[in-house]
Design a protein around this ligand. Structure first.
Ligand code: CMP
Length: 138
């Protein structure tokens, strides 16, 4: 297998409240990706701020931190060939109104603020985010 990657995926508080964690995991597994690590976390504010550091200063930053810390999050490491791009395709566009039907956001969300899932946007980001959310894997 060429280009095996790991990527970080979060089922955000809205996804957990909608009871679709299993559905989300199932979509990755059906694609042929591997569930490498998984845990349910009540996100500390410090972790939220580190995770979203690139958005610090943006108008939506405070809302982002409030939302991701508002309830339990399912964090997972997904592994497989071209996993970063494959997961982003399964998730769909960040704005659920632009996400195609059949993608997770296209099927389960309507708001960019509560868009069910987060996934790393590049292999370098994935390495940083996995180290942040799963320090025990280092
Ligand atoms: P996520 O992949 O978790 O990364 C940053 C999040 O910011 C994004 O998903 C959206 O849920 C949220 N967000 C809110 N407003 C915007 C915006 N205008 N552009 C991009 N992301 C936004």
């Amino acid at each position: 297998m060429a280009n095996v990657e790991k990527t970080l995926v979060l089922v955000k508080p809205d996804g957990v409240k909608k009871h679709i964690c299993g559905e989300v995991i199932s979509r990755f597994e059906r694609k042929g990706l591997i569930l490498h690590s998984v845990k349910m976390i009540q996100v500390p504010e410090e972790l939220a701020k580190k995770h979203y550091a690139e958005h610090a200063g943006k108008v939506f930053f405070n809302d982002l931190i409030s939302f991701i810390t508002s309830g339990p999050v399912l964090a997972m490491v997904i592994e497989g060939e071209n996993a970063v791009a494959a997961v982003r395709q399964i998730n769909g566009a960040t704005d659920p109104i632009k996400a195609v039907p059949g993608s997770i956001r296209g099927d389960f969300a309507t708001s960019i603020d509560e868009n069910v899932v987060h996934a790393s946007d590049a292999p370098e980001t994935a390495a940083r985010e996995i180290a942040l959310w799963f320090p025990e894997l280092n």
